[in-house]
Write a protein that binds this ligand. Structure first.
Ligand code: FVH
Length: 293
């Protein structure tokens, strides 16, 4: 995180939920003059006590600063909040979780109303905001020049990662990482379910899970190299023929332990399909091709 003490940019923040409040506190702590608005006015009281100016309406908040950040529930709430505001000449930074398509459409919508838009995807939870060592960061996409203009103030709450001129790219990176996390959580849920009825303390099992998942994580680099070359065999240590055979053990163990296989079977079925298509010597990188429609 950076903190440009020489230039304390005034800015407006719409949205004081858990994340918006954390962002507000970080900017106030760094000395940036901050105007805030929240649909439920009472939620502004804590940041007002920290020095934020509270606007009565979203339009009034937008009028207060050239840089306007939105951190609201979803795309629809951003459109609603900005509906009556004059966006002429404003630089909007949308930190609301969106789809790539929503981000692109919002950039067009903002442009038609005389504003420029950067879209962001927050890879952090509220306690990580404003904490330099937390590892949290925010993806940004849209105009590189616009990003550079506001880079200093945007870097106050969390590190920044610019990922391209396409306004949808921040959302795409965000959702891709969240999707991978969802798959990991599904695996963790299944693993805990397998041991749940045994005398294995979950607290003893948790470090084993963490270590194994951490050890397996570098597979992403093999997958990336294989996708780049189109050769899914070179570098493969565990081939599909072996893994599909081993998958029977995973399924049978689940049944023995009285655990549903519903989290496992979608992925195992794809592996079996790829094997049936004649790719026994590959890693499971080929499953990625089966997902593309
Ligand atoms: N909190 C988290 O862990 C994640 C981390 C990654 C990024 N997400 C995204 O950040 C956006 C905001 O999340 P949040 O945690 O602040 O969410 P809430 O605490 O539920 O606050 C929601 C705010 O949105 C306002 N709001 C909702 N609907 C409307 C509307 N129609 N018009 C205007 N404002 C609206 C709500 O206002 P109120 O309920 O207090 O009146 C809150 O300010 C989000 O995209 C996450 O996916 C957070």
């Amino acid at each position: 995180m950076e903190q440009d003490t020489a230039a304390r940019t005034p800015l407006t923040l719409l949205g004081l939920g858990a994340m918006g409040t954390a962002l507000a506190r970080a900017w106030l702590a760094a000395g940036h003059p901050l105007t805030v608005w929240n649909r439920t006015a009472a939620r502004a009281a804590p940041v007002a006590a920290d020095g934020a100016r509270v606007a009565g309406t979203a339009a009034e908040a937008v009028a207060a600063s050239g840089l306007v950040v939105t951190c609201l529930l979803d795309d629809a709430s951003v459109r609603q909040a900005l509906a009556d505001a004059d966006l002429t000449g404003r630089d909007l930074v949308n930190l609301t979780t969106s789809t790539p398509g929503q981000a692109r459409a919002l950039a067009d919508w903002a442009h038609q109303r005389g504003a420029r838009l950067l879209d962001g995807g927050i890879m952090a939870v509220p306690p990580m905001i404003g904490v330099a060592s937390s590892g949290g960061y925010v993806f940004y996409s849209g105009s590189r020049d616009l990003f550079e203009v506001h880079r200093g103030v945007l870097a106050v709450p969390a590190d920044t990662r610019y990922v391209g001129a396409d306004p949808g790219f921040a959302a795409l990176h965000d959702v891709a990482l969240l999707s991978a996390m969802t798959g990991m959580f599904a695996g963790v849920a299944h693993a805990f379910a397998l041991i749940r009825r045994e005398e294995i303390p979950p607290k003893d099992f948790a470090p084993l899970l963490e270590g194994w998942l951490t050890g397996m994580a570098p597979f992403v680099h093999l997958a990336a190299a294989q996708l780049a070359s189109g050769d899914y065999v070179t570098g493969t240590g565990s081939n599909l023929a072996m893994m599909v055979a081993a998958n029977e053990t995973l399924l049978t163990t689940a049944r023995e332990q009285g655990v549903s296989t519903e989290l496992l079977t979608p992925y195992l079925d794809l592996m079996a399909r790829r094997l049936a298509d004649g790719h026994a010597a590959e890693s499971d990188t080929g499953v990625i091709d089966l997902l593309l429609r």
